[in-house]
Design a protein around this ligand. Sequence first.
Ligand code: ZN
Length: 1101
Amino acid sequence: MSQPGVPSSGGASTGLQVQNGAASSLGSPYVNGPVQNALMSSQVSVSQGYNSQLPGPYPHLMPAKTSLNPVSAQNNYGGSQTVCTLSNYQGPGQTLNRPPMVSNPVTTSLHSGPVPRMPPPTSQIPAATSMPSGSFLAGVNLPPPLNWQYSSPSTGSQTNHCPHPSSQPSISGNTNVTTNHQHVFSGDPSLQNSCLKSGSVPSLVNPPATTFQPGTPLGPPPVKGPPPVRALAPQKSSHSAVLQPSFNSAINQEGGTSNTSNESMVVHNSYDEIEGGGFLATPQLTNKNPKMGRNVGYSYPSLPPGYQNTPLPGTTGMPPSSLNYPSGPLAFNQTPVGANHLTASVHGLSLHPEGLRVINLLQERSMLPTTPLQPPVPNLHEDIQKLNCNPELFRCTLTSIPQTQALLNKAKLPLGLLLHPFKDLVQLPVVTSSTIVRCRSCRTYINPFVSFLDQRRWKCNLCYRVNDVPEEFMYNPLTRVYGEPHRRPEVQNATIEFMAPSEYMLRPPQPPVYLFVFDVSHNAVETGYLNLVCQSLLDNLDLLPGNTRTKIGFITFDSTIHFYSLQEGLSQPQMLIVSDIEDVFIPMPENLLVNLNESKELVQDLLKTLPQMFTKTLETQSALGPALQAAFKLMSPTGGRISVFQTQLPNLGVGALKPREEPNQRSSAKEIHLTPSTDFYKKLALDCSGQQVAVDLFLLSGQYSDLASLGCISRYSAGSVYYYPSYHHQHNPVQVQKLQKELHRYLTRKIGFEAVMRIRCTKGLSIHTFHGNFFVRSTDLLSLPNVNPDAGYAVQMSVEENLTDTQLVSFQSALLYTSSKGERRIRVHTLCLPVVSTLNEVFLGADVQAISGLLANMAVDRCITASLSDARDALVNAVIDSLSAYRSLVLSNQQPGLMVPFSLRLFPLFVLALLKQKSFQTGTNTRLDERIFAMCQVKNQPLVYFMLTTHPSLYRVDNLSDEGALNINDRTIPQPPILQLSVEKLSRDGAFLMDAGSVMMLWVGKNCGQNFLNHVLGVQNYASIPQTMTDLPELDTAESARTIAFISWLREQRPFFPILYVIRDESPIKANFLQNMVEDRTESALSYYEFLLHIQQQVNK
Ligand SMILES: [Zn+2]
């Protein structure tokens, strides 16, 4: 390919048609909830270990070169254990001088014979069969579904997803799925979660094509019927031992609730059932959640039977006279809103006339708006649209849904959703009600787009079942009026949060548990990161989300693993060293994760001591894998968050990696290692997911560290990856600043534990591929051991059944999680969109940012399953195919030029930007880990940040004024216009700020005005701008205040911290600045105009 950016053959034959995303929504009964041990027990049994040495459950995933350790049938606890106090410990490298092992009952018991260990997960994935019609573009032969994980392409069905074999949810109409992937964790009966295999649901199209292959004798029984639920814990739930057919079946849901109101453990572990179930047909008379008063945002009081509004659960009697919620109008005269109240006005075009324009891009080259591009507004009646979900939370690539798959195929545009479900919200209605009203058939939560047939009946907008309105729901707590269910907050807000009653719990909500795992090898000490991280933890210790139950623990590692006993009453932390990394065990399990409140002083002591402890270390080896195994064992009983800090390629023990980057291949599109070299991290992540543990990885490394392999630990456990290349406490001050700011955010941001998310859509639509960091537990249930407010997700969809009788469709995401305060909550977003019958309408409603975001996700998959050049070709073809379709099928008269609908006027530009994005660029020296990190970002970032990374915003800032400025809290924030990304827009007498998401570059022209130099940069002249300037001085000038206000405001918009570089013409970093000039030609990539010419040539063929 001589011209990057252009497919070598212009053929439109290699689009991104494949359903190559993650998690095809194929059925499989992976049901793997939390452990059933007593939650609050600090007793950690060593028997809960993860034995990495047993044969892996994904033999087919194993690259031939990966050698797993031989089966170790015996437990070997021969590891040495050294216990010493911190004050005595002289630092690594002096092991011989350690005090003799302290004889200790705990230690003794550790060696007291074989203890059952948890077998590894069992995965059984049937041979991939071909996917019928999962693609979003028609007319192509579909390869077997490939998922997005960085796995060997030859194993087409390796999973991050464990679809249900037999339970095609009726709501999403997933009836086209014939491939069944199955992934089942089996386990030691004393430890493992129930392994529920869903039974057949007769009405479903595809019977399970899955065979069950237990990984160990203890594994679940074979096919046909669920394995029995096993648990040590007392079984309370009556249905835990009976066949549990899958989620989403009304038959199974009724009565399928468990009561976890007391502290005893609940055994069945299917979150499937939980999110799917929970609706009680009969009013629940007690409110079991004593903490319902704690709300985020504004809340509605609970509503005990009898329609009283009392703050205390279970109270009966007359409504109290003093109610906290705003009293609304008492009149009952509003028009109910709902699908059945829609009239033909649905199709009354609300589009701005501009939106109907056809544009010749070769003539109109300045299509970039000067203000941030807004998502298109769905063409809905205003009564509906005003209730619709905020596009920042939930948006669709096509805001007008084609009524048939054939129509969608014609448009050659991808259909999918982009979600930011746990975004921090200023205003979030929280409902505390004893009854959460859901459709009896498909479990949809009542929402603004249902229709009320009358006061007593509502019709589900997803499956059309008519449901009764529960008695309590007749009362509106907002207005205190009886008989207006359609005015309840649930029916007035597309985004709402419910306090979940106990039916939504499989066990008592877990406490917040945080485990920090630090690399303390020589390399790590050299970077000086530990000092900063420990200081940041000290500073933010009281801000960690949590309550009196919060637990915390620490592990450090180099060639050995070090634990820290923080037991209350100790005079100082006690260090315990486990040197047998072949068979990691947990010494003194009960004292390693401690209650933060009770042991706060010890924790603080440790954090103050840690950075000094290893300063003299000579240990260069890094046993990350064993350290992660230890962390997993420690966390298994409760679930929680593991934060790992790693500074090099792990080179010891399981999970050891080898360098495989070839620097001379960095600019090539071929032969680069984008797939993991071992499945160790993926397997461990899946184990973590099964125990409600998420792993966040902080990689601070100047050397190649194989992020493609390491990243799997976070990807599959719903964690996050942070990357600080070349971090050094002295040499790289901007990285230090970035880590500091981002750690503060990380440590203090909201967190949800033991979460699941399900996405439902109107009958006829089908979700088939998920993108993001998670594990797909069943067809549409994502397992999120942790959920954080900065994570984004995407899904691909298809039209399974014609929507010809439907005017509106809806999508609903429900995120069930445990808050850091121990409350079970459900956050629900519902999006409503119109259905259209013509191709032109489909094009008019296209959301080009969402399309670009979804295509990027698909392209990452394509990179993994095929190649980088294949992915690049597919991106280009996505533009060519859709614009060809528009030209040939929509435009009546064939005009010369490159004609595009207004909605897609930025499509070629954004795709060109994608081709120049770090994930997909060629021809430039892109380090492999940086490319992989960019791909991680594609998968995990909310759309708005991703777009900024891909197509940065350019502003002129040397002439900022208050004209048109925003006023926020007495701050005046200038709003300069956004410029096209071309050097044509620069001038030497100005200064220009490029905001590329995680990086900002302030380029100062040679002839920049003295005013800016003096009053903003604080320098005498151009020559005295420092070579590396990464901050603006706060000067007592209006210009300085404006510039700083603007940059601060930009930074506040995002959860990560963008580094600022002030650059002059001679700065080495200027190349990065120019690299982001998407519209310009570079040595290796086309200019925007050249790209348009290429597209035109292909379209007009
Ligand atoms: Zn329904």
